[in-house]
Design a protein around this ligand. Structure first.
Ligand SMILES: C[S@@+](CC[C@H](N)C(=O)[O-])C[C@H]1O[C@@H](n2cnc3c(N)ncnc32)[C@H](O)[C@@H]1O
Length: 326
């Protein structure tokens, strides 16, 4: 199956959707842009730099879980040794799942890995690089939106599934949307299938705030790249020096939100359309929701899953849970 496309040029349909979503979002009051569009080739690279930033504890915490607790993680999968589809939604560079995949290979599991990502660029990187790093791995990358791509992956075989959804991915949804996501995920799976999901836990608000305000300014570049991407792909004329990144964490709701703030009154042209910005006006670009263990348990029971396992890092800042579809 070759489900990847040219990393640079989007298909005509994807480009139309991108343009429609951007214009609809910027005509809203308040303005917003969907976070899934942060990830083009430049965004993928900037996100990989964010993961290495000292303030961005999420990757280190989840990496520790994957490096040190793979055997525990794989134990609930033992029944599926002879045939398993491992599907990863929003796989990114698979830096953490790599360790579980390596462990499954070393234990003789018979599985195919289906990384799914909206970014064709990252899927192409995975397809090129993973077989070199994990000889013998069977990999079928699928580029697309979560559920559209998941349906394709699920349809390829009747084998049991493990669906991974790691890092900050579920955090990119506010709690109501995250529950809807879990319900939709369950609808696409069969009883007995497993889910491995990562959640960032509520903790000292300063740690969270600093994670999205790194001193190196990579998060700002990542956020501003969305405007550059709109320039590149939709023929717009954003002057990125006239916007800055702003982050806000609310310990009450657990929502950590990213914004781009206009530094001046300005008018931007996107194709034939003109969008006005007031000085200090914000564009909401991404949420990074933080959860409590109780909320996570409620997601499982509220969406048709049973919790099998909860793993945390040594600081108790991040958790990966394994659920079974009931
Ligand atoms: C925050 S990164 C996390 C990557 C990886 N899961 C990790 O933990 O390191 C989010 C990834 O999800 C992908 N993504 C975001 N929205 C998506 C969507 N709606 N459908 C498919 N992939 C999506 C992005 O392209 C990006 O690679």
């Amino acid at each position: 199956m070759n489900e990847t496309s040219d990393p640079i040029s989007l298909s005509a349909k994807a480009l139309r959707e991108f343009r429609d979503d951007v214009l609809a979002g910027l005509k809203k009051e308040p303005k917003e842009l969907q976070s899934k569009y942060l990830y083009d080739a430049e965004g993928d690279e900037l996100f990989r730099q964010i993961m290495r930033a000292p303030e961005y504890y999420l990757t280190d915490c989840e990496m520790e879980i994957f490096k040190e607790q793979c055997a525990d993680m794989a134990a609930p999968l033992n029944d599926f040794r002879d045939g398993l589809d491992v599907i990863e939604l929003g796989a990114g560079d698979a830096a953490k799942s790599y360790y579980l995949l390596q462990y499954l290979i070393s234990q003789g599991f018979n599985f195919t890995y289906y990384p799914i990502d909206i970014s064709a660029n990252i899927i192409n990187i995975l397809k090129d690089q993973l077989p070199e790093r994990l000889p013998g791995i069977k990999i079928q990358g699928i580029q697309g939106d979560y559920f559209q791509a998941l349906k394709k992956a699920v349809a390829t075989s009747s084998r049991p599934k493990l669906v991974m959804f790691l890092g900050g991915n579920i955090g990119n949804m506010p709690p109501e949307e995250a529950l809807e996501f879990c319900i939709e995920l369950r609808r696409n799976l069969s009883p007995g299938d497993r889910v491995l999901m990562g959640f960032d836990l509520k903790k000292d608000p300063w740690l969270i705030f600093n994670a999205y305000n790194d001193h190196g300014g990579i998060t700002e570049k990542f956020n501003l790249n969305l405007l550059s991407r709109i320039n590149r792909e939709l023929g717009a004329n954003f002057d990125t020096s006239l916007f800055h990144h702003y982050e806000n964490y609310d310990p009450e709701t657990g929502a950590c939100k990213s914004y781009l703030i206009s530094k001046a009154n300005q008018v931007v042209t996107i194709g034939a359309q003109q969008i006005s910005f007031r000085e200090h006006e914000h564009i909401f670009t991404e949420t990074s929701q933080k959860y409590t263990s109780e909320q996570i348990g409620a997601f499982a029971s509220g969406s048709g899953f049973e919790s099998l396992l909860k793993l945390t890092d040594s600081k108790d800042w991040f958790t990966d849970v394994i659920w079974r579809a009931v």
